[in-house]
Design a protein around this ligand. Structure first.
Ligand code: DGY
Length: 329
């Protein structure tokens, strides 16, 4: 195929060349800036001729975009979550959508544990106090946190990442309960000593609650005032899923008024959370800039998988990881 015959692909952000080397010679790439916060106008102008889009989770792929890309054959998201993509609109047009499961499971589960440990042992506060001169002696009652071992962790959503968190938590001596639409396989329940509860039951009994559900119309605002008021006043909430699963206003009140003890969030809504957001002012709220998958190895594997999906779609093959397989029916 000569360069002119290669399919045009819009890559919404500049990625390291070695991560996307498989695209070389197989498509013509037009690339957006590394720090693009929206679909770059220079790319929008090329939508009409585009056969593929490789995008990040920050870029909405909606009806307006799809309408302008009549020749689109594939949308490949460099993320496992696909809430940025109008799946119905893609499916209606027969466009397969790819995501990047598995490769970020361990990285994200590690970060959920890091957040849990940091919040339970109050690391941000202790570190700040040391840095700012408030560490005057070894204090028997200073910086007291909560034990992980023996405490009860409630896992909301026992998919790949929820399970990986359960495995890690077991190693820390936590007891485990979970809620999910589907019961886990009996062998897994037995191996990890997992007990399935309803969400309400889980919220009432858990010392720590970790969220691992995708953002869908059903899970949006799942953890709002009603849910937060059911939790123990000593409980810690960890969110590494999507910000929209938690009602930020209700969470802010819950943390300020002591309905729960602390929250540790890798995800917020909106992202980025503006610097003047009230959640930043709460000492019992730890906020990270959505870094669950941010290890060099994981991000490279995500990009490589996104390229595999993209190339399959361009070449008319089934995507290795397709979130709307009904397009093949
Ligand atoms: C994903 O892939 O959905 C993650 O949120 C990225 O860290």
């Amino acid at each position: 195929m000569s360069g002119a015959d290669l399919p045009l692909v819009l890559v919404t952000h500049t990625l390291p060349l070695e991560w996307i080397s498989s695209l070389q010679g197989r498509c013509l790439q037009v690339t957006g800036p590394v720090d693009a916060v929206r679909f770059d106008p220079s790319l929008e102008a090329r939508l009409e001729g585009a056969a593929g889009i490789l995008c990040l989770l920050t870029i909405p792929i909606n009806e307006a975009i799809l309408q302008r890309a009549p020749g689109l054959k594939v949308v490949s998201n460099m993320a496992v979550g696909v809430d940025n993509i109008d799946l119905r609109a893609c499916t209606r047009r027969g466009i397969p959508v790819g995501n990047t499961p598995w490769v970020l499971t361990d990285g994200t589960a590690d970060l959920a544990m890091a957040l849990l440990l940091a919040a339970a042992r109050r690391l941000p506060q202790a570190s700040l106090d040391a840095r700012e001169g408030r560490w005057t002696t070894w204090s028997p009652t200073g910086w007291l946190g909560a034990d992980l071992h023996g405490a009860l962790l409630g896992i909301v959503g026992l998919g790949k990442i929820g399970r990986a968190v359960a495995q890690r938590a077991k190693g820390f001596g936590l007891r485990l309960v979970y809620c999910d639409e589907q019961p886990a396989p009996p062998e897994l329940e037995a191996a990890l000593d997992l007990q399935r509860l309803t969400l309400d039951e889980l919220l009432q009994v858990s010392d720590f609650v970790s969220l691992h559900v995708p953002l869908t119309p059903q899970t949006r605002g799942l953890i709002a005032e009603g849910a937060l008021r059911k939790m123990k006043s000593t409980a810690i909430l960890v969110n590494t899923s999507r910000g929209g699963v938690v009602d930020a206003r209700a969470l802010e009140r819950a943390l300020r008024e002591g309905w729960i003890a602390a929250a540790a969030l890798d995800v917020t809504e909106p992202e980025p959370l503006p610097p003047d957001h009230p959640l930043y002012r709460l000492p019992n709220c730890l906020i990270l800039p959505h870094i669950g998958s941010a290890t060099r190895e994981t991000r490279q594997r995500m990009a490589e998988l996104a390229c595999e999906n993209l190339l399959a779609g361009l070449e008319g093959r089934r995507l290795p990881h397709c979130v709307n397989p009904e397009v093949y029916a």
